[in-house]
Ligand binder design. Structure first.
Ligand SMILES: [Mg+2]
Length: 232
């Protein structure tokens, strides 16, 4: 059994599906905006650029996506986008916010097994209302001693959080789908990261592949492999 005190989990695309919903709404955006775009304009890339520009002000999550989509629709169409199209985008955002949580395979069983041995903490980022709603309706909340919703996941916010939780980062193992948000900041503090990729990754989470110290970094094909990796 590995000698961690806390196993911390990311939520979106680690415990439940998330990015596929954004992906579907990006596809919708491209479909409804393309007729308004000038020839040669990459509609999807234009949307991502607006999201990137707005990140520090709007934060993460579905509502931030929706605002950026409306701004990008106006810009791409040079003001010609119709109220009907804007209405469809808003309705798609509302549907995404109201969608029931869809757990990834084996998640409930893995949390049950790992939670018998370690303290479990949930660390997510994004919109407070939406993330809280997802945690509360996921049926998973009882596995976690603490649920933390951060504005941003970087070494500063993790450091502050682990101090608050009263755990030394050397005794933390963070499990997540994003190397940029879930793994690198924790490793940089001296903790351990377990990367469990999800088939889709948001453009703004992409980083170039790096070499890691295998003692502090591992990649598993599925969360189902976690108990064996922890040797429990
Ligand atoms: Mg995630």
């Amino acid at each position: 059994m590995k000698s961690f005190e806390v196993i911390a989990f990311d939520a979106d695309d680690t415990l439940w599906h998330s990015e596929d919903g954004f992906h579907a709404n990006e596809q919708l955006f491209v479909e409804v905006l393309s007729p308004f775009a000038a020839a040669g304009v990459d509609v999807k890339a234009a949307l991502t650029a607006v999201e990137h520009k707005n990140l520090a002000v709007f934060g993460y999550g579905v509502k931030a996506f929706g605002l950026s989509a409306i701004e990008a629709a106006i810009t791409i169409s040079e003001g010609r986008v119709t109220a009907e199209v804007i209405g469809r985008l808003v309705e798609a955002v509302r549907a995404q916010l109201g969608e029931a949580v869809r757990l990834l395979p084996n998640v409930a069983d893995v949390l049950e097994r790992v939670g018998r041995v370690y303290r479990l903490v949930l660390i997510t980022k994004g919109d407070l209302i939406h993330q809280t709603h997802k945690v509360e309706t996921s049926g998973l909340a009882h596995h976690f001693s603490d649920v933390e919703i951060l504005l941003e996941k970087n070494s500063d916010t993790y450091d502050r959080l682990f101090r608050k939780l009263g755990v030394a980062v050397e005794r933390v193992c963070m499990v997540g789908n994003s190397v940029r948000s879930d793994i690198l900041p924790v490793i940089s503090l001296g903790g351990t990261g377990v990367h469990v990729p999800y088939p889709l990754l948001w453009e703004l989470e992409h980083i170039d592949p790096l070499e890691y110290d295998p003692e502090h970094f591992t990649q598993l094909a599925s969360i189902a492999e976690l108990p064996a990796w922890l040797a429990i």
